[in-house]
Write a new protein. Structure first.
Length: 105
């Protein structure tokens, strides 16, 4: 017969590592996303200024097509996320930690 401690000890380790890892990943992602947003925003403002001064011409149709292609490529990560969540104890703790990391970051 299996003892309860033989089951709970590895489970607690997985939950702890998953939670801490998820928290750190969420925190880092939020910090990185803020930096990327500032860089993209400044680049966009710079391009808009140059277009306003008639130094450059922006093809908004091509820009929209490029953005749609990027979004389409990102949809392939859904199967990776499903596989990650399928590992219940680690995945649940990691998602919870990730959420907390995004909130605290």
């Amino acid at each position: 017969m299996l003892e309860l401690s033989n089951i709970l000890t590895p489970l607690a380790g997985e939950i702890g590592v998953g939670g801490i890892g998820g928290f750190l990943a969420g925190w880092a992602l939020k910090k990185a996303a803020k930096m990327v947003a500032v860089i993209i925003g400044m680049a966009f403002l710079g391009l808009q200024y140059l277009a306003y001064k008639d130094i450059i011409a922006i093809d908004y149709g091509a820009l929209q097509n490029w953005a749609n292609e990027l979004v389409g490529q990102a949809s392939g990560t859904q199967s990776l996320l499903v596989d990650f969540i399928a590992h219940a104890p680690f995945g649940a703790a990691a998602i919870g930690g990730f959420y907390l990391g995004l909130q605290r970051g």
